[in-house]
Design a protein around this ligand. Structure first.
Ligand code: PLP
Length: 367
């Protein structure tokens, strides 16, 4: 059997292990927040936002941010049907309803025209998830948000390195949320980040993130509201600081891998990879191949072909409205149709050119 090609794997160097060991040995007492503060400041600087709050996950960052916006019972939040469950779960936890709309056939992100149609008097926000590194149509979504008085939230968990008209994904909407799960471009094992440039929202989220204890409160063990506990540890932040020093290199490698697939599959009609419109940069977190219906290629066929080559390729996200806890919305045509003829391709820092050849060869044989 050929050696296994994993689907993702972090890039950990001596720098990460050195910082983590230092935090474990010395990051206590008066130094217990050193790496955390440095990571938050560094990440905000990288993005160009005023504030960043490190969290235990992106799910937690989304939960905090939406609570900070006042989203609660009987409210609605509009998002794409094509998504990881983590984007929808915090909406449900707040007692609100996720409203799933169809995606665009080329970017696989939410379709602004369906977003506008889904707005009701109960709508409180639009959740723009930059799928697989592909940018949402932010020009249209921000315009809709402005006209209807709705905040646009960016779930940028998959969009480290992505840019829209020169601004980094996650820094553009009311707030952005990031994930540092082991599969993501920058990792702390588990972890996340809430970012914003809005003073009022930052203050609210900071209080919520601190078990409802406000910044100015001088009384010890005093809470002003019931908040949350989604903090990142200083140990994880130490790894984050090391990864952040290497961020341009981590992003560049992700982009080179997507470009490598593109070069190998360019002559193949009927297969599209992640798009990169000219006003955007695609951080290329997850190279994904979507096969045109006329190719007849199916998800199941792809899974069998990749498994036979000992390559860990993953399925395109199921439509969330197809999961048992939600109402099916089959009218979301692209979200229901595309997963049946698509596959995620392996992408990690140390993937070799030979690995790229092996993956591309499977696709070339399928079509
Ligand atoms: C990974 C991911 C999340 C969840 O991140 P966690 O850190 O695991 O909570 C949320 N949204 C998207 C789009 C993701 O890809």
């Amino acid at each position: 059997m050929k050696p296994r090609i994993l689907y993702t794997k972090p890039s950990i160097t001596e720098l990460e292990t050195r910082y983590a060991a230092d935090a474990a040995a010395n990051g206590w007492g008066e130094r217990c927040y050193e790496y955390l503060t440095r990571f938050e400041k560094g990440f905000a600087a990288h993005l160009g936002t005023k504030y960043a709050i490190a969290t235990s996950s992106c799910t937690g960052a989304l939960h905090l941010g939406m609570a900070g916006l006042g989203i609660g019972a009987n409210d609605e939040v509009i998002l794409a049907d094509t998504n990881w469950i983590a984007s929808a779960a915090p909406i449900v936890h707040l007692g609100a309803t996720p409203v799933f709309v169809d995606i665009l056939p080329d970017s696989w992100c939410l379709d602004p025209k369906h977003v506008e149609r889904a707005i009701t008097p109960r709508t409180r926000a639009i959740l723009a998830v930059h799928l697989y590194g592909n940018l949402c149509d932010l020009d249209a979504l921000l315009d809709i948000g402005k006209r209807h008085g709705l905040p646009v939230i960016e779930d940028a968990a998959e969009a480290i390195g992505s840019q829209h008209r020169g601004r980094r994904a996650g820094s553009i909407g009311a707030f952005g949320a990031f994930s540092f799960h082991g599969t993501k471009t920058l990792t702390t094992g588990e972890g996340g980040m809430f970012v914003t440039s809005d003073d009022t929202l930052f203050d609210r989220v900071l209080t919520l993130s601190n078990h409802g204890r406000s910044r100015g409160q001088v009384r010890q063990f005093w809470a002003d509201a019931v908040g949350f506990k989604y903090k990142m540890s200083n140990l994880q932040a130490a790894m984050g600081c090391a990864q952040l020093e290497r961020i341009e290199q981590l992003i560049a490698r992700k982009r080179a891998i997507l470009a490598g697939y593109r070069a190998r599959l360019t002559s193949l009609p009927g297969v599209s990879l992640n798009p990169e419109p000219s006003h955007t940069v695609n951080g290329s977190w997850m190279p994904t191949a979507v096969f045109a219906p006329e190719t007849g290629v199916t998800r199941e066929q792809l899974q069998i072909a990749f498994a036979a080559e000992n390559i860990d390729a993953r399925v395109f996200f199921w439509p969330l409205s197809g999961l048992p806890m939600f109402e099916p919305k089959r009218q979301n045509q692209h979200a229901w149709d595309i997963p049946g003829r698509a596959i995620n391709l392996p992408s990690y820092h140390d993937l070799t050119d030979d690995d790229l050849d092996r993956v591309a060869a499977v696709i070339l044989r399928c079509v």
